[in-house]
Design a protein around this ligand. Structure first.
Ligand SMILES: [Zn+2]
Length: 153
């Protein structure tokens, strides 16, 4: 399980290697994404709180990167943080996410990105629930919910 210590370690010393890489030009991403998805994932934007479609959804499934389809989070580790953004306590795999120190807006935060395609997802904070103590605060627009096939039977 990842903790804040691991997050800081990755943001300072470099991230774990992803299983694969997806790289496209800015024009290709713009073509593939909606204007809002492009603004958030490729331009490090943020959606308004409580605006995201995935904010209050707790159906079973995996949350995948909207840009490259790589699974990032599982519904079992989603929790209601009350912030207005989908929140998770762990990534689905240790190497699914990359971490970078973000000093924009006069704050020191840790930005989280898709480790496969560098899509901006949101930030991670050390004030989440036990046992990991992590709160991944993620834009709905950065993800799509892939519902478990078993739930449709
Ligand atoms: Zn991605």
């Amino acid at each position: 399980m990842l903790t804040w210590k691991d997050v800081i370690h990755y943001s300072v010393h470099g991230n774990p290697k992803p299983d694969k890489r997806v790289e496209k030009t800015e024009a290709e991403w713009q073509e593939a994404l909606s204007p809002e998805q492009f603004r958030i994932t490729r331009k490090k934007g943020t959606e308004a709180p409580h605006s995201g479609a995935l904010c209050s959804i707790y159906e079973a499934g995996k949350y995948a990167c909207v840009c490259c389809g790589t699974p990032l989070f599982d519904s079992t580790i989603k929790f209601d943080s009350g912030t207005g953004w989908p929140s998770f306590t762990q990534p689905i795999k240790e190497n699914a996410i990359q971490y970078e120190k973000d000093t924009s807006y006069g704050m020191v935060r840790v930005e989280v990105m898709c480790n496969t395609c560098d899509a901006h997802l949101g930030h991670v904070f050390p004030d989440g629930p036990a046992p990991s103590g992590l709160r991944y605060c993620i834009n709905s627009e950065s993800m799509e919910l892939i519902q478990n096939a078993a739930d449709h039977e």
